[in-house]
Ligand binder design. Sequence first.
Ligand SMILES: NC(=O)c1ccc[n+]([C@@H]2O[C@H](COP(=O)([O-])OP(=O)(O)OC[C@H]3O[C@@H](n4cnc5c(N)ncnc54)[C@H](OP(=O)(O)O)[C@@H]3O)[C@@H](O)[C@H]2O)c1
Length: 318
Amino acid sequence: MRAIGIERFGDTPGLMERPVPEPGPGEVQIAVDAASTNPLDVVIAAGGLAAVGEYRFPLTLGMDGAGTVTALGAGVTEFRVGDRVFGQFWGRPLQSGTFAEVCVVAAAPAFGALMAIPGAVPSHLAAALPTAGMTALGVLDRLQVPEGGTLLVIGGTGGVGTFAVQAAAARGIHVIATASAQLAEPVRELGAAEIAVRGGKPLGDALGGSVDAVLDAVGDRSITRSVAGAVKDGGALFSIAYGLDEPLLADERIRTANYELERKPELLAELAELVTAGTIRPVIGATLPLEEAPRALAGQVEVTGLRGKTVLQIGASV
Ligand SMILES: NC(=O)c1ccc[n+]([C@@H]2O[C@H](COP(=O)([O-])OP(=O)(O)OC[C@H]3O[C@@H](n4cnc5c(N)ncnc54)[C@H](OP(=O)(O)O)[C@@H]3O)[C@@H](O)[C@H]2O)c1
């Protein structure tokens, strides 16, 4: 089968011919309909998470995916052959990711989460949800912005940002999002009440008032430092991209953290409910065939509108 992977950490991801993986005890085999890329895939390929988890080579990349269960390993009771499933397929060990025609994942992945695709959600939308959607919901929970409060989202056009803007607006939060001038209108359509235009005034000055919380999805420490003073006493400044330095992390006036995704099964279930209800929808900036994944991971795919998620259409569109 075709897969996108690496022979060792540090390799440039490329197209490989791999044997179809068979499920071991506690694992399910899935025919992948669609997958989506994340910055995490690039970090894993570079060996940036070598100390976290366990990896076997050749390593097929890909965390997020959706498809149909084709075989069960011994002891699996959570799923049946023919079930449509989606999630973050991050197991221990990791060898058989979602950038492939067939993959294998633990029914209850050590680091990820897997569940049935809700109702009529098509696979390409389900594949776009897991990592970015769960991160957006998880960090919003930790920010604790009250209904009617104000949230600044730094990076409102990417995978996490487009989910965060929608989910926050649905909670009755007044969202200010950063975006380039040409993407201001699409970000407003996601639910942002105000846009802070990238390349305009420095963000700290552009705000013009205080906010209850800031969600940083970009990781530029000069930007997070410049907005910290705008957060109300007792408010929160969280980065999902390691955008907070030591002085900010030690700040006692506001709550600060470099957030890491946790509580994944609960968040995946909540995400599924929000999508089924039509409260949030994945924004897909590009849909590509599997063999284009290396270009996407290298940041070489031009997107004209909102970047959102990049989806790899691998099997039939279901
Ligand atoms: N902590 C966790 O558990 C966790 C989970 C998921 C992701 N992450 C991390 O969170 C970050 C965002 O993830 P993602 O999936 O949303 O990535 P993404 O889809 O690549 O989005 C990145 C966003 O940053 C914006 N951006 C880049 N440079 C900027 C700048 N100088 N000023 C303002 N905006 C800028 C991009 O805007 P344009 O589209 O206009 O370029 C885009 O909105 C990544 O670093 C990822 O590794 C962490």
